[in-house]
Design a protein around this ligand. Structure first.
Ligand code: E4P
Length: 225
């Protein structure tokens, strides 16, 4: 399973990249706005900075238009910023048409705002490279987000769809583990959820004991000399 970070914050992307486990980045208009990015030029510069930082990993950049022509024009501009840009397109009627157009024209896509297996089938049929089911938002409305990932994984495998399942709207480390268990191809996570995977109290207790005993060992070595 690939690890993407779900942020437009350069410091957080750098921290995940420095861990050595980062395969890509997803952004959305809310995440970009949160970083204070304003205007077409600044948006393009920010995407470029992210692409150069992750070096080789896919970077999802979302279209803001909601009509087919607007999405195509915007998507072409986004794709021209850097070869690793993946154009993020919403799951709407025009979005499906845009996915097909991008697929026919060699531009990589990520179909976003997916909340059902039916939508995931449409995204795959339209040639999306990634499909993004929002599991945290599904859980927030008392449905089971991980179950949707499992259902889509089952359908894609039965039908031979090549679209990669990108589990999005991850809220915690357990979401990541569960998504890995049911066959997500990618998890896009906030930095906290990634770092949460590190945590176990027995690791901390065990390491403290090893460090303490290592000091004794060093003291004994000094005494022998
Ligand atoms: C990423 O592709 C999605 O836009 C993002 O994961 C949505 O997350 P949220 O539900 O926490 O806003």
């Amino acid at each position: 399973m690939k690890f993407f970070i779900d942020t437009a914050n350069i410091a957080q992307i750098k921290e995940a990249h420095d861990l050595g486990i980062l395969d890509g980045v997803t952004t959305n208009p809310s995440l970009m706005a949160k970083e204070g990015i304003r205007g077409e030029e600044a948006i393009a510069q920010h995407y470029l900075a992210i692409c150069e930082l992750v070096d080789g990993g896919d970077v999802s950049a979302e279209v803001i238009s909601t009509d087919l022509e607007g999405m195509i024009e915007e998507g072409k501009k986004l794709a021209a910023i850097h070869p690793n840009i993946v154009v993020k397109v919403p799951m709407t009627k025009d979005g499906v048409k845009a996915l097909k157009w991008f697929s026919d024209n060699g531009i990589k896509t990520n179909c976003t705002l997916v909340f059902s297996a039916g939508q995931a089938i449409l995204a795959a049929k339209a040639g999306a490279n990634y499909v993004s089911p929002f599991i945290g938002r599904i859980d927030d409305s008392s449905w089971d987000g991980v179950q949707l990932i499992e259902q889509i994984a089952h359908i894609y495998s039965l039908q031979g769809f090549k679209t990669e399942i990108l589990a999005a709207s991850i809220r915690n480390p357990l979401h990541i583990v569960k998504c890995a268990e049911v066959g997500a191809d990618v998890c896009t996570c906030p930095l906290d959820a990634i770092l949460g995977l590190l945590k176990h109290p027995l690791t901390d207790i065990g390491l403290a004991k090893f460090v303490e005993d290592a000091k004794k060992m060093q003291a004994d070595t000094a005494a022998v000399k």
